[in-house]
Design a protein around this ligand. Structure first.
Ligand code: ZN
Length: 297
């Protein structure tokens, strides 16, 4: 009788131990910690990583990635990350010092790998994300880097990327169709800084900007005079503001030429949830709405 009770006890213990072990095997792993340099990259990482990543962005919504001043907390974020995603092409000029301060050893992904950069003189134009075709390459690069960072989640990352890439295909077609509605002679606009070179190259709208590829510089009186002359000579129908940049420059140009102010474009940053561009796809759709509503007759 006693022996039977012993045996029963042993069986119960063994069953419990096996159950616990298998439970532990199925317990969710911690999500992969990823730091993205600015909000648009953060959105790409979220779409590919889903709930298997924990994303932090250094330059958040509505921030200007060209002129960012890193905080000590940023160095700590990077030190604890499994992957750091940056744009490259000279966008994050403040990054090398931050990396030095962080001492982090996380692998760094240049999300513009395998994208042929546009050149403005000797300088690379960093705004490659403004072409949706390029955005797809960003997503592929991010997918591969996440798979390398956490091979156990490879299936999830591949599936999420496939879904998101299909959405970007639809977006790319929609932009092309929207531009096709704009009369050929009206596909010329003025924006504040040279952020739309890749958009222009892909979709065939000409952008002219008084500032260069960075918001760091200021337009000279000569730059503005040249721009005003160009708007008059080429009968450019509309000028556009950008959220990050000082609107006075574009307002002055509009006043001097009679060109209408077409609205505000989102170039280098997403907005918060309440804004018009909380995601990359929202941003591109917002921009194309603003452009077509000003340029279609
Ligand atoms: Zn920019």
């Amino acid at each position: 009788m006693r022996e039977r009770r012993h045996l029963l006890l042993w069986t119960i213990c063994l069953t419990l131990a096996i159950a616990l072990t298998s439970l532990r095997a199925q317990a969710p792993r911690d999500p992969v910690k990823v730091v993205a340099s600015f909000s648009i990259l953060g959105d790409f990482v979220r779409n590919v990583g889903g709930d298997r990543v924990q994303v932090t962005t250094l330059v958040g919504p509505d921030g200007d990635v060209h002129v960012y001043t890193p905080a000590p907390a940023d160095a700590r974020k990077i030190a604890g990350a499994k992957l750091l995603v940056v744009n490259g092409l000279g966008l994050e000029g403040w990054l090398p010092r931050l990396l030095q301060a962080s001492g982090g050893k996380a692998p760094i992904l240049n999300a513009t790998n395998r994208i042929a950069p546009l050149k403005l003189g000797a300088v690379s134009d960093p705004h490659a994300w403004q072409s949706v075709t390029n955005a797809k390459q960003y997503v592929v690069n991010i997918r591969d880097a996440l798979v390398a960072a956490s091979p156990a989640d490879a299936e999830v990352f591949r599936k999420n990327a496939e879904t998101y890439l299909a959405k970007l295909d639809v977006l790319d077609r929609d932009v092309q169709q929207a531009v096709a509605q704009i009369p050929q002679g009206r596909r010329k606009v003025i924006s504040t800084h040279d952020a739309f070179g890749y958009f222009a190259a892909r979709y065939g709208i000409q952008f002219i900007a008084p500032l260069g590829v960075s918001t760091e510089t200021e337009a000279s009186a000569k730059d503005i005079a040249r721009l005003v002359a160009q708007i008059r000579a080429e009968k450019i129908p509309a000028v556009f503001l950008e959220k990050m940049s000082d609107p006075r420059l574009i307002r002055q140009v509009a006043a001097e030429t009679g060109a209408r102010i077409g609205g505000t474009l989102d170039s280098d940053s997403l907005t918060d949830e309440k804004g018009d561009a909380p995601t990359y796809i929202d941003m591109v759709r917002h921009n194309i709405r603003v452009l077509t509503s000003a340029l279609v007759d």
